[in-house]
Ligand binder design. Structure first.
Ligand code: NAP
Ligand code: MG
Length: 497
């Protein structure tokens, strides 16, 4: 596969750019559109329909109508399963085009979209589809003369507002459990990456999802996102994005109908490497994966390397050598491992963090400068700061780019203390050959996922979400992921004894 072949396929793509409301693709009430760009070139990809509060009203009306009619909410579980499995098959059949669209809209390498984002989205839809006819309620231990059942019901109309870093995968992460439970869903993709969610809506029609059950509203956070957060007809709002915007959704809920809110937010995840690790290369490979995959634009990115002094210099040599193999370039080039950052403004923000690292006394030992300037895109290579202390801005704030901050420690206790000294608690990794150290650390670290001798968020069978300011209100993935989209109901029946 060559970049040239892909260019021919790019030319043949005709992305859907209209909003999807009540089962049809349409313009917004205002008639306005906004541009979505290709981050690798800075050029416009398409003008997309811009939804705002009036369109949210329309989508909520359609969603409520469908929910009340029961066309989806009361469909037999095995039939609902069939529709979602068909959707997964359709996504698989269109995987190459969807991956291309994702790469063009987001700037990530095409091969990452094809080999990571797409399989992830497909598996997520299948996994939750398979649960639909396998989740039982409970019969509780009542006194004689009473029968009591506890059942799980869909909450009703779910709103989902999502970020730009894994547009299709995060869409699937919310859509699959929300629809599996029988809800209607209204999704607002990020303004930078609206195209794959719209493509998915077209496939949902083909799969047989009834009208009104799914709406996709491209638009801006301050308008469409806020209108969803404040809507009296939305029962649950599932948000993934920054901690700052997450706070807004709690406020919107408090000031409207007290809708359930689930927040999956930012992170500043520690990666701990302890003294005595025999083989440094596997650790370096995982450290690279943790901070460089997806340009470092990953909520659980391993951005703080906390390393024992005795091993630090040797480890950093291997890490730098490994980082050099992560080629920065055109996302359509199969050799590229780091594509373009989402937009110029984001690159400038990251360069600001790099300046602050230098100003606060950290030592820049790799990268730190924009690359590929002639492309018109926003490119930054692997960047490493040594000599970081945990009070520096680059150790405390989420940079959301390929920037690793190295903090040296002298003991296991200090490593744990530094790891936990953060507002965030999304993920963490520990590299050690000592099972006892692994267990002690996994227990002591305050984070939603602790991976040992790897960088991983686990798979669909395990929950994903954050402690502290990384999350609120529940977990995604696994059966935990269903809880935010269902209400437990007690049915208490007096019977003749
Ligand atoms: P963001 O700025 O918080 O935006 C996320 C979504 O919220 C977008 O759709 C955005 O719309 C919308 N939004 C913005 N302002 C809003 C407002 N005032 N009211 C309602 N909605 C609003 O985050 P981002 O920059 O797209 O993504 C990066 C962040 O997401 C990082 O902090 C990252 O850690 C986090 N993230 C977390 C997870 C996780 O699972 N924990 C996963 C991925 C990313 P616009 O598109 O118009 O801005
Ligand atoms: Mg874009």
């Amino acid at each position: 596969m060559e970049a040239l072949d892909l260019r021919a396929r790019v030319a043949a793509l005709t992305p859907e750019t209209r909003a999807f409301i009540g089962g049809t693709f349409c313009d917004s009430a205002s008639g306005r559109r906004f541009a979505t760009l290709n981050p690798a070139t800075g050029q416009k990809l398409a003008d997309v329909v811009e939804c705002d509060a009036a369109d949210v009203d329309r989508a909520v009306a359609a969603a409520r109508k469908a929910f009340a009619a029961g066309t989806w909410s009361r469909m037999a579980p095995k039939d609902r399963k069939r529709v979602l499995l068909r959707l997964a098959d359709l996504v698989e059949a269109h995987a190459e085009d969807l991956a291309l669209l994702e790469s063009l809209d987001n700037g990530k390498p095409y091969l990452d979209a094809l080999n990571a984002d797409l399989p992830d989205a497909i598996e997520t839809i299948r996994w939750h589809a398979e649960t639909i006819d396998k989740i039982w309620g409970q019969v509780s231990p009542t006194p004689p003369g009473v029968v009591s059942m506890v059942v799980r019901e869909p909450v009703g109309v779910v709103g989902a507002v999502i970020p730009w870093n894994f547009p299709l995968a995060i869409t699937a992460m919310k859509l699959a459990p929300a629809l599996a439970a029988g809800n209607s869903l209204i999704l607002k993709p990020a303004e930078q990456t609206p195209l794959t969610a719209l493509a998915l809506a077209a496939l949902a029609v083909e799969a047989g999802l009834p009208d009104g059950v799914l709406s996709v509203l491209p638009g801006f956070g301050e308008t469409a996102g806020q209108a969803m957060g404040r809507h009296m007809g939305i029962d649950c709002l599932s948000f993934t994005g920054s901690t700052e915007v997450g706070r807004y959704f709690l406020k919107y809920s408090a000031e409207s109908n007290l809708k359930k809110v689930t927040l999956e937010l930012g992170g500043k995840s520690p990666v701990i490497v302890m003294d005595g690790l025999r083989n440094l290369q596997p650790a370096a490979d995982q450290i690279a994966m943790g901070i460089l995959f997806s340009q470092g634009e990953n909520c659980s990115a391993g951005s703080r390397l906390i390393v024992h002094r005795a091993i630090k210099d040797r480890l950093l040599e291997v890490v730098q050598e490994t980082f050099r193999t992560w080629t920065v370039g055109d996302p359509l080039d199969p050799a590229t491992k780091i594509g373009a950052l989402i937009e110029e403004r984001h690159l400038q923000r990251i360069l600001g963090f790099i300046e602050s690292g230098k100003a606060q006394g950290a030592r820049l030992i790799m990268g730190g400068e924009r690359l590929q300037t002639a492309s018109g895109g926003a490119f930054l290579g692997p960047t490493i700061f040594d000599g970081v202390t945990n009070d520096m801005q680059i150790a405390r704030e989420e940079i959301f780019g390929p920037v690793l901050s190295v903090i040296t420690v002298d003991s296991e206790e200090e490593a744990i203390a530094v790891a936990n000294d953060s507002d965030y608690g999304l993920a963490a990794s520990v590299h050690t050959d000592d099972l006892h150290v692994a267990h002690r650390m996994a227990g002591a670290i305050r984070a939603g996922t602790v991976s040992v001798n790897c960088f991983s968020e686990g798979d669909n069978s395990v929950p994903f979400g954050g402690f502290k300011m990384s999350g609120f209100g529940g977990r995604e993935k696994g059966l935990f992921g269903h809880e935010q989209y269902t209400e437990p109901k007690t049915i208490w029946i007096q019977i003749e004894a």
